[in-house]
Design a protein around this ligand. Sequence first.
Ligand code: HEM
Ligand code: HEM
Length: 145
Amino acid sequence: MYTGILHLHSYMTYLVLLGVLISFAAALAGLFGNRPFTDKDRKLGLLGLIPVHLQWVFGIILYFVSPNGLKNFSGEAMGDPTSRLYILEHPLTMIIAVILITVGYSRAKRQIGTESKGFKSIAIFYGIALLLILIRIPWNAWPGN
Ligand code: HEM
Ligand code: HEM
């Protein structure tokens, strides 16, 4: 169970980064292209949203089955930077990123047919989320070797 979920979570990270990057770049292109936000643009936003939603479900499961997650929770572990990353910083930062992406998508999908607001919503929320994801990926363990 643990190894399987860890692999899923690890491989899924490629799709998360690729999807969020494509959604973000497409939103910037639309914004600077000065055209209306269409249903096709909403679907480009889904390229980031779907892998991120899947990933957060895998992440939550992993948190409960991993020896590096909840099972490692202690005051002592908080003093160790790597343990703290897995117990606290990584999960918390990623949950904030997931919420930002969901809010960005949700606001954008209500802007179909209007001018640039949908693009702005995706560009800003996905952009900040991407930064958060990048600063709290456990780079010491991923992509691995
Ligand atoms: C955008 C969302 C996320 C991304 C891109 C992401 C990415 C990663 C990566 C690359 C690893 C290292 C995997 C490896 O060692 O090969 C990892 C580990 C881990 N993640 Fe996430 N994660 C995300 C969300 C979450 C969430 C929401 C949680 C929990 C609530 C979570 C819990 C964990 C745990 C516990 C580990 C350590 C597993 C272990 O080494 O035993 N992740 N994550
Ligand atoms: C506990 C797990 C999950 C929670 C709490 C959750 C929460 C949400 C929320 C709040 C929205 C609303 C965004 C809006 O206003 O449109 C949403 C949309 C969406 N989620 Fe999730 N999600 C979860 C898991 C998943 C999974 C596993 C998938 C599948 C890959 C997924 C795919 C989607 C899609 C495609 C949408 C966009 C629907 C639309 O266009 O309105 N979600 N999710």
